[in-house]
Design a protein around this ligand. Structure first.
Ligand code: SER
Length: 893
């Protein structure tokens, strides 16, 4: 039997379960859509999380997937071991079958056994299993169905055989299937002292989802009994291909060879580990970008950047002088592009981003590595690298901490991470101290001092546009003042405010502020050091620090901003639907009068794509679904089952905004929500409040980033009614109905083109005939034995002269032609000489002679046809005489 490829194994798995009435469901994106608190999708059950607890219902109860997974951040993090071991990956595929309250263990075990021993043809005598120690039921099924003897059904007491998603959520006992590679390899069976050896390898985990765990540790039995299984494609692939190392499977091997080829290095030579790291990191970075993650300095984007930089160091170790990673993308697309079409769609963007990152990082990589080497030279054997050095590498050379750790691993050293953290803290303290300096920095220091002394501002504006706050500070020109009187420009900080401060693309609020002694107009609100700073002008009386103030946000303006912001979320989702999962926000503006949205996408949108997006946004506006926001503290988020948080950017709260009921299947706990985003902005209550959405323009913003500008609500209506009015005006001018205008204009344009052609033709004919207004002269005369036509024309353009010359030449058979045309303010001159005379008479010389009399200079062309220009028709007679003179000169000499 030929060895199956990984692609074939994936297909065999999915079709086995499809044959057994499972719906083949697409892998969900690596950035979980129904769980904004999870860093990356890390197992097959993530997209079905809520199906197990019964919160969500789908139109199928059996599913099978090959799920893309990344384990490179948060709790499940395999990054450190990648390349050095046989079975660690940052990216892998998890094959799984799922039952939502349909079949349970009595069916799940036979399915697994049949697939492994029949379809995959694995030798039964090599398989053994573990069960949870109290799970007699599972043990009996194994015994009866698979005929396993008691010594090959191992009972395990620990959590290894009780799987749970997190500290709370769906969970249950599991049974794991192991493969015995035989006694030539060291290792003991699961549960034994030597279980960490490589002889017994776990290949499949079947979880019997039957409980839900709560925060206090208590558990309830779920109403439904479900199945969640997970089998690493790379592992089963290695087994079926007779390999012991996942990196020896066909797919991984082809990437390793691509790396070897690109760096001209032996795939199995001393650089073996480097190729393995590169092959793995190529997969995780490319798939993350295909799902919209872009390298950055925080959250998911930083994890991506860390993986990239790590791979780049390994490419550097292979002696690569130029960027390598981007050159390997075609090999990856060739292997995996069919199963994951998003990879092919994003290929250009992935290559471009990798190349850019690698080119930039190369500039500091070498210097950083040199510094590291120098530092190590003086150090005692095995000592940890001082935290300060690791911090310098991070701060100055862009080395993520784990890159330094990875580089040291090869040398058997570690980093003093406490020292690294201390150096980081010290830098922050210094930055703060620097603010207290002079000049511009003083402007900043004042805000820092206020925040330190009074605390940051509480924002109340999600729920209200009016509120009372206490003025904690008044600032003018970087200094705190006690009061501000009528006419003064002032910056006001309050302990709390309903005014939104500019951030996340949404502009700051404006409105009014009143105290018992004065009234102020707030023109803008900005965020500095956690403070909401109200930029204001005192309009009446005076205001004083410490006073209570009534604040009121401009309702009309805020409503327009809100509508634009919510429309941006709908637009984002519609773009993902129309263009693919790689679409990710790269910037936005939500102002009062318009919105602007920048997103990653390689090429311009077609008119049809733009129309589809616009239509879809308007469909969801008319759906008038409620907009829901939830704010979760990190602890609450963890209680919901979050395994990792990417909190920094979002402070210590995660705010989730969802809107719309998806027409097909959607996201969220109910599997129906259309748009779910992490967002700190303010939004409409129902999508209908947006009114209407009009996309104005689509353009390029930067390489790989497109921009859409659009209007909503009253601005969109004004725009549309303005367009309609202009159309009405045009229709009335054309004496046509508005719906006929386009056709009418087309006809008029065609008529115009035909008329223009006709006019040109008539002009030429008129000129040839020497008719009215053309000054005569179309008749040839003899000059020195040569026939010459010299003619002065009006109402003819310069470009009309060459064809006229040609016609005259044909008519003459042999001779010369000179045409002088008044083109309205300027004079055009052309001369022509028939072929038989060009060795004696030059059209260029004729033109030059004529032009000199017409207030012009020069003129050029060939001996048979030349052109030039003058400024005044006064010299026309003299010009003809001069050109005639040229002919006489050569013919009589
Ligand atoms: N959720 C289980 C795992 O991740 C089975 O898919 O192992």
């Amino acid at each position: 039997m030929p060895m199956p490829t990984l692609n074939e194994i994936r297909s065999t798995f999915l079709s086995f379960f499809e044959r057994n009435d499972h719906r083949v469901v697409e892998s969900s994106p690596l950035v979980p859509r129904n769980d904004p608190t999870l860093m990356f999708t890390n197992s097959g059950m993530v997209q079905f999380k809520n199906c197990f607890t019964g919160v969500e219902h789908r139109d199928y109860v059996r599913a099978t997937t090959s799920q893309k997974c990344v384990r490179a951040g948060g709790k499940h993090n395999d990054l450190d071991n990648v390349g050095y071991t046989a079975r660690h990956h940052t990216f892998f595929e998890m094959l799984g079958n799922f039952s939502f309250g349909d079949y349970f263990k009595e069916q799940a075990i036979p399915y697994a056994w049949d697939l492994l021993t029949k379809d995959f043809g694995i030798d039964k005598s090599k398989l053994l299993v573990t069960v949870y120690h109290t799970d007699d039921e599972a043990a009996n099924i194994w015994k009866k169905y698979a005929g396993l003897s008691d010594d090959r059904i191992i009972r395990i007491k620990t959590d290894d055989n009780f799987w749970s998603m997190g500290s709370t959520g769906p969970c249950g006992p599991c049974t794991e299937i192991f493969y015995d590679h035989g006694d030539s390899i060291w290792g003991g069976p699961p549960g034994s002292a030597d279980e960490d050896g490589d002889r017994f390898i776990e290949i499949w985990n079947l979880v019997f989802m039957q409980n839900e765990r709560f925060e206090d540790g208590s558990m309830r039995a779920l109403d439904m009994q479900s199945i969640d299984t997970g089998m690493g494609l790379e592992r089963i692939g290695a087994l079926l291909q007779g390999k012991h190392d996942n990196y020896d499977t066909d797919l991984m091997r082809s990437l390793i060879e691509a790396s070897a080829h690109a760096t001209s290095q032996d795939p199995d030579g001393p650089g073996r580990v480097h190729h393995r790291v590169i092959a793995d990191h190529l997969r995780s970075t490319s798939f993350l970008m295909a799902d919209g993650v872009m390298p950055s300095n925080e959250g998911r984007g930083y994890v991506l950047r860390r993986i990239m930089r790590r791979a780049m160091r390994h490419a550097h170790m292979l002696g690569a002088k130029d960027p390598v990673m981007y050159r390997l993308v075609p090999a990856l697309v060739a292997q995996m592009g069919q199963a994951f079409p998003e990879l092919g769609r994003a290929q250009a963007m992935i290559e471009e981003t990798l190349k850019l990152e690698e080119t930039r990082f190369k500039q500091t990589l070498e210097r950083g590595l040199r510094l590291l080497d120098d530092e190590l030279t003086g150090m005692e054997e095995g000592a940890a690298l001082p935290g300060a050095t690791a911090f310098k590498l991070y701060d100055t050379y862009g080395f993520p901490l784990d890159l330094t750790q990875d580089a040291l691993r090869e040398k058997g050293r570690e980093v003093d991470t406490d020292g690294f953290d201390a150096a980081m803290a010290e830098q922050k303290a210094k930055a703060r101290a620097a603010w207290a300096g002079t000049g511009e920095a003083a402007d900043q220091a004042v805000w820092f001092d206020i925040a330190e002394e009074k605390g940051t501002t509480d924002f109340l504006g999600y729920d209200t546009e009016r509120a009372e706050g206490q003025i904690v500070a008044l600032v003018t020109e970087g200094a705190r003042v006690g009061n501000a009187a009528k006419g003064a420009s002032i910056q006001i900080v309050l302990n709390q405010t309903p005014f939104y401060a500019e951030s996340g693309g949404q502009v700051g609020d404006s409105g009014t502020l009143k105290t018992e002694s004065g009234r102020v107009r707030v023109t803008d609100t900005k965020k500095v050091a956690g403070l909401f700073v109200h930029m204001a002008v005192v309009e009446e009386g005076e205001i004083k620090a410490g006073q209570a103030a009534q604040l009121e946000v401009s309702h009309t303006r805020r409503s327009a901003i809100r509508a634009n912001h919510s429309a941006t979320h709908l637009l984002h989702e519609a773009l993902r639907g129309a263009l693919g999962e790689h679409v990710a926000q790269r910037g936005s503006l939500n102002a009062e009068d318009r919105l602007r949205f920048d997103f990653s996408h390689a090429k311009a949108l077609s008119a049809a794509e733009l129309e589809r997006v616009e239509r879809e946004v308007n469909d969801y506006i008319r759906q008038n679904a409620p907009v829901e926001t939830r704010i979760m503290a990190p602890d609450d988020a963890r209680a919901l089952g979050a395994q990792a948080l990417f909190g920094e950017k979002y402070g210590d709260e995660v705010r989730v905004v969802s809107m719309g009921q998806a027409e097909g299947s959607g996201k969220g706990a109910d599997g129906r929500t259309y748009s779910i985003e992490l967002c700190g902005g303010t939004h409409v209550r129902r999508t209908g409040d947006i009114g209407v959405f009009v996309a104005l323009a689509e353009s390029a913003s930067s390489a790989g980033v497109r921009r859409i500008e659009a209007l909503t609500g009253a601005a969109a209506f004004d725009y549309l009614s303005g367009q309609a009015a202009r159309l009405g005006q045009v229709a009335s001018d054309l004496k046509a109905r508005p719906e006929d205008v386009a056709e009418r204009v087309k006809v008029l344009m065609e008529e115009r083109r035909a008329l223009a052609n006709e006019v040109a033709q008539l002009r030429r004919e008129l000129a040839m005939s020497g008719g009215a207004g053309q000054g005569g002269g179309a008749e040839a005369r003899e000059v020195g034995g040569v026939k010459l036509i010299a003619q002065v024309l009006t109402g003819v353009q310069g470009k009309d002269l060459p064809p006229l010359i040609d016609e005259h030449k044909v008519r003459l058979g042999s001779g010369a032609v000179l045409l002088i045309a008044d083109t309205g303010g300027k004079v055009a001159v052309a001369a022509g000489v028939t072929e038989d005379l060009t060795d004696r008479i030059s059209a260029v010389e004729m033109v030059r002679a004529a032009v000199a009399e017409l207030g012009g200079k020069g003129g050029g062309g060939r001996a048979d046809m030349a052109q030039g220009g003058g400024t005044s028709m006064d010299g026309a007679e003299a010009a003809i005489a001069a050109a005639t003179g040229v002919i006489e000169g050569v013919m009589t000499s």
